[in-house]
Structure formats: structure tokens, C-alpha cells
Design a binder for this molecule. Structure first.
Ligand code: ZN
Length: 156
């Protein structure tokens, strides 16, 4: 890490702090040449391997744009989408891998999207899971209903 003041090629770490969500580390550094201090932020890289083999950095914006279409006309705003993208990133980072398949991102999107809006969820799932017929929709809806029923408190 070059010193931003004198371009010295070395620096000494004087303090390290991990961000609350654990996704980055902020370091205070001191230049041994000019004695000035500066900060750097390190983020663990998270790469996405696309179906065609291309590797690109994970992007919350891409998650949002991928989901936005499914949310058209639904009561979902940009804040909701930002929270969703954050949840997706957290669940992916929690897996602790530096590289993930694009399809795994789709899988990670499904649970928080379902919490957000079931219609948007069905739309997204139908594209992502390549529903081919009404039977696929029926099966997915039956699954949703069964899980909703199981999640409801016992009326007795
Ligand atoms: Zn310096």
C-alpha cells in the first residue's frame, strides 16, 4: 500500500477494526517515511461464476436489477430491494466461499423474496426454476400453501 502523501511503498498498520457485519476491515496505517497516517478498507472478495464461465465480482445492484422485474406492479420499493440484496449478500458470505455459482445467487434470493412478496417470488421462481407448465405453478403454489399452513400457529 503506497503512502498517499509521499508515495512511499511501505506502511505500518497501527490499528485494525472489523466492520459490524464482518464484511470489511478498516486499517489505520502510518507511513514510516513521512509519518503521516491514512486509512484503508479491505473487503473479502466474492466472485460469481456465470453459466458461461465468466467470473465477475458479486454485485448487490445486479441482485436488485434481477429481482426488480419480478416486483413490477407489486408493493415493493427500492428500500425493500436494497434490504433484500443485503440479505442475499449476507447469506452468500455466510457460506464462506470466495467463489459462487450464479445459480446459487438465485437460490439465495428466493427465501427473502418470498418474505417480501409472494407474487414477486412466484414470478422470479418461475423464471429462475424454468417453470414449463401450469403444473409447475400449481406444484409451487401448493408448496407455498402447505408451508404457510405449517407456519401458522395452532388454533386450538
Ligand atoms: Zn509518506
Amino acid at each position: 500500500m503506497h503512502c498517499p502523501f509521499c508515495r512511499h511503498t511501505d506502511s505500518r498498520v497501527v490499528d485494525s477494526r472489523t466492520a459490524e457485519d464482518g464484511s470489511s476491515i478498516r486499517r489505520r496505517r502510518e507511513c514510516p517515511n513521512c509519518g503521516k497516517r491514512f486509512s484503508t478498507v479491505e473487503t473479502a472478495s466474492l466472485s460469481v461464476v456465470k453459466r458461461n464461465g465468466v467470473v465477475e465480482p458479486f454485485s448487490r445492484d445486479k441482485v436488485v436489477s434481477g429481482v426488480r422485474k419480478a416486483c413490477q406492479g407489486r408493493p415493493v420499493n427500492d428500500d425493500d430491494l436494497a434490504v433484500l440484496a443485503h440479505k442475499v449478500e449476507e447469506s452468500i458470505r455466510a457460506a464462506g466461499q470466495a467463489e459462487i455459482d450464479a445459480t446459487d445467487i438465485g437460490l439465495a434470493i428466493l427465501p427473502p423474496l418470498r418474505e417480501l412478496d409472494e407474487i414477486a417470488y412466484m414470478r422470479f421462481a418461475s423464471v429462475y426454476q424454468a417453470f414449463e407448465s401450469l403444473d409447475d405453478f400449481e406444484a409451487a403454489i401448493a408448496r407455498l400453501r402447505a408451508e404457510d399452513a405449517a407456519a401458522e400457529p395452532d388454533p386450538s
